[in-house]
Design a protein around this ligand. Sequence first.
Ligand code: SF4
Length: 227
Amino acid sequence: MSHVKSSISTPHANPSPLQVQNWLQALGLLDLGLVSLEKGLLSKELERLRLWLSEGYHGDMAYLARSPDQRADPAQLLPEAQTALVVGLPYLPKPGPQWRMDEEAALTDPLRAVVSIYARGRDYHKVLRGRLAELARLMAQASQRPLADFRACVDSAPLMEVALAAKAQQGWQGKNTLLLTRAQGSLLFLGVLLTRLPVNAFSKRLVQASTAAAAAEGHCGSCTDCL
Ligand code: SF4
């Protein structure tokens, strides 16, 4: 594993809480919380992934079987990463409850072809990565750190985004394997900004929000609707 020289030992300003909140809001991103990247943080998830792979559940998705260890170790994507900032990009077609009725009406209309709502619009990888890159730029500037102290991850990097998001405790991994939040359900794209900033560089409010929110260990209860 290669190691990039850390700049943590030099004094840095931290972005103010208000700045981080304002940037997220301006970029249209939901704050899904912070995770301190302790060693072994994802060891249980890695165990489950190995078991899942050994049963062959990945089918012909061979890429899932490549480097499972790497998926559980964010430091392999950004050496000396200390914190993951997890964000969500909602893809509800419109605000309010009406969208569901509109979608159901479209599904029963034989004259309409319906594309799944997550696949409409621009490729979310590009949209979300672009916004995370801008967030990284702003944070690097405010904290007087090199941009290399940040890495934006949106699906393409081998990382357990859902597991990290569940650790951030703003949601939980549903039986449908997706992240669910009470406000958005699973209708959001997940992105992770890895950074060498320590978790305490962020506002107390952000950290408290991450640790005080509902337990990550699931609220599906006995529901099995998606299985
Ligand atoms: S089991 Fe029910 S609550 Fe859980 S993800 Fe599936 S549909 Fe949603």
